[in-house]
Write a protein that binds this ligand. Structure first.
Ligand code: FES
Ligand SMILES: [Fe+2]
Length: 343
């Protein structure tokens, strides 16, 4: 199931360098992204109106226009054809489809759904990419699995102790005691997992020097295609659960889950921290840990995708950890039904 009427992160802003032509696919739609000389980010259909050549495959961005690599037709940033070599007249309406695109918080957001429903005000804000109190790093994986499987994975953290034994892991006895809550708020799901008054794991000790027991939280906010993850820890019994979270360790992971097709997903993630922000080696270490962790997820999700595809309609069993997952799946089904005129 794909949802076209939704904003998706197609790229990191830094990937769209001036004059670069970057190919992307969102909900089946082939796109070419580029930045004109004036700095305008543009998303056009990656298909020339002449003979269907992908503009991204050798096309050139020059000033405010792009040129098709095959016979040199030129288009402006709205996709309107401005030049046909060897021909004076340009037929009315000669245009490559264009899509709404917004550059915000170091990300390039695109809308490939109904043009009249694109509302940039609906794009979630992400302060950790622009707040100088935080440092962050970013990366991308291309995962051969349906986007819903990535959301499932992030919303049910009981997999940590099994899939991520070698990376971020977890203690099975402690994890089994985690306090869970999951709530739905419109088209968002909030999942919280709290580990109260337990010894600090080695990672936490190394990062922040915790000596005694700590209170840990993992809070996840799901929106279709955009999942924020806030984890942290403070000394035990200092009021973390009542909202007093000064000091300690705070991490913000962002997961942009962009469906390219039913079976392929562009997974853009960032890792931000607000402690030891001048310690570049630490930032790099946390980045590498995140990449190693998500590669473990990727390997698993791709195998899972292949097995599910053998019998896609067969029912699955939900457990007590799946409340958030079930809410998220329901939201996607409702939005997809509305999009298809079935709601
Ligand atoms: S296919 Fe683009 S100019 Fe011919
Ligand atoms: Fe994972």
């Amino acid at each position: 199931m794909l949802l076209r009427n939704n904003w998706y992160v197609a790229a990191w802003a830094s990937e769209i360098e001036p004059s670069a032509m970057v190919a992307r696919r969102v909900c089946g739609q082939a796109l070419v992204l580029f930045r004109t000389k004036a700095g305008t980010i543009t998303a056009l259909e990656d298909r020339c109106i002449h003979r269907g050549m992908p503009l991204s495959q050798g096309g050139e961005c020059e000033g405010e226009i792009v040129r098709c690599p095959y016979h040199g037709l030129e288009f402006d940033a709205r996709g309107v054809c401005t030049k046909i070599p060897g021909q004076d007249q340009i037929p009315a309406g000669a245009k490559v489809n264009s899509f709404s695109v917004v550059e915000r918080d170091a990300m390039i957001w695109v809308w490939v759904g109904d043009a009249d429903k694109a509302n940039a005000a609906a794009i979630p804000s992400y302060a950790y990419h622009r707040d100088p109190a935080w440092v962050w790093s970013r990366d991308t994986l291309e995962v051969n699995a349906n986007w819903q499987l990535l959301a499932d994975n992030l919303l049910d953290l009981s997999h940590l102790q099994y899939v991520h034994r070698k990376t971020i892991g977890g203690n099975p006895q402690e994890d089994a005691q985690a306090k869970l809550s999951a709530t739905r708020d419109g088209d968002r799901v909030l999942v919280a997992r709290w580990l109260v008054d337990l010894p600090a794991p080695p990672f936490h000790k190394a990062m922040c020097g915790f000596a005694g027991n700590i209170d840990r939280w993992q809070e996840i906010e799901f929106r279709p295609g955009f999942i924020q993850f806030y984890s942290g820890a403070t000394d035990a019994n200092t009021g973390a659960y009542e909202g007093r979270r000064e000091g300690g360790m705070h991490l913000r992971h962002l997961h942009c889950i962009t469906p390219e097709t039913e079976t392929r997903t562009r997974y853009l993630f960032s890792v931000a921290h607000n402690f030891r922000i001048d310690d570049a080696a630490l930032t790099q270490r946390m980045h590498q840990l995140a990449v190693a962790t998500f590669l473990e997820d990727q390997a698993l999700l791709e195998v899972q995708q292949r097995r599910l595809a053998e019998d896609p309609d067969r029912a699955l069993l939900d457990t007590r950890n799946d409340v958030g997952t079930v809410y998220a799946r329901r939201i996607l089904m409702e939005l997809a039904a509305a999009e298809n005129g079935k709601a």
